[in-house]
Design a protein around this ligand. Sequence first.
Ligand code: NAD
Length: 501
Amino acid sequence: MSNSIVHFINGQKSPGTGERRQDVYNPATGEVTGSLHLGGQEDLQAAVAAAKTASTAWADMSLSKKSAILFSFRELVNAHADELAAIITAEHGKVLSDAKGEVNRGLEVVEFACGIFEQLKGEYSDQVSTGIDVFSFRQPLGVVAGITPFNFPVMVPLWMSPVAIATGNTFILKPSERDPSASLLLAELWKQAGLPDGVFNVLHGDKEMVDGLLTHPDVDGISFVGSTPIARHVYETGTQHGKRVQALGGAKNHAVIMPDADMTMAAEHLNAAAFGSAGERCMAISVAVAVGEAADEVVSRVKDLAAGITVTNGADPRADMGPVITPASKERITRIVGEAQEAGAAVVLDGRDLVVEGHENGFFVGPTILDNVRQEMTAYEEEIFGPVLAVIRVDSLEEAIQVINANPYGNGTAVFTSNGAVARTFQRKVNVGMIGINVPLPVPVAWHSFGGWKNSLFGDLHIYGPDGVKFYTRGKVVTQRWPEPTSVSGASFAMPSTSDH
Ligand code: NAD
């Protein structure tokens, strides 16, 4: 019997009234482990009403009380990190150590939100005109929804909810249908931390539920993380309905390997960045752009390392890499590799036929390396989101930068070099939001913000960190005068200027 995965609305688990169900799998075994309740219209209305009702009191609660709840939540997530990681591995497939790392990166954002006082300090201008002061401060939007992808079922909800909640909003999480269970443990932990009912809600569903949130008049803001076509749809629909939207999309991240790079370091990091989490990271390196004589050496070294990767159930401590998320994903990855081969790419390492002993029904693809890839191949044009590293060979740094800048995505990129001038040219000239210099997964820490350029982000503000605070709040400016009883009023029909007084 598979377990029922329900909503969390107004502080309570709720089966909801929607009749549709969706199977949730353990991708390492192929077994159905859960039956997800997809919400209907009434569930949407109930969750939004709960969040709206809770929003006034939550916005009015003092920063010190809010911060105390955030600190408790931080302790609870930390105490349940192993449990959260086990849930991630069981539904997503990534290896346990990686799942634990995901929880830790999410915790960083909770820690940032614990210090929200610092972020919400306003600005004050004394005596801008005689007897007049001007000050500005920020207030919450109201009800915000977070729509999240399958690949980080804990970290991405924690990129959003701690900052949204700490800044005084109430939050509705619409998690991925593929690995929804961790969101319910997060909801329980928020409640145990003392968060009032209705401030954090979980509403399950698919396109129908997302579209319901995007058009609901009582939802004020939307944070989305997922693939580019859906990010574009979410941005366009949400903004058309008057909402503030940040929509982070897909990626195709390039790492440039210069001939002067430390080849041992470059190969080890490329191997981990391409095949860690089976390539299902928005910051995975999926393209190696090898410059000049770096190419033969880097391909041969990464091939040797990747051939030694242990692929099995992520819950097995020996595992370096787990399965991909669905049979459809496996089929798509193997098809794209086949198309690249037909178009002339060399399959240097082929993971298409991998069968994992004892897990014959799991959705496994082994590490795969494609050499001599060209920009017009589907393996280059599409985000594969699997354990496939495409290698493009170029002659110079300039050519490498041209390749990166011609790509429609702009999430992350990296350069491996021992030359500071090369690194500086690279960081200044690439049209990409997050840059790594000898760091292949340049995921910024929580007190900076995370976001790409071009088709990797729709909206103006990046997620979490200082940009997250701006996204979840609106500025207010107050111009004030407390006249002495004897002073003149200063009223005028002309536009007042500071020199008038
Ligand atoms: P996805 O776009 O399929 O799903 C994301 C969310 O959108 C889910 O909650 C899903 O229910 C919802 N959704 C799916 N189809 C929809 C539709 N037609 N209309 C409305 N909502 C819909 O993404 P995914 O496969 O879960 O996640 C992988 C993708 O997310 C990759 O493209 C990856 O690069 C991207 N991603 C990006 C970042 C980033 O920071 N830029 C981070 C993580 C993942």
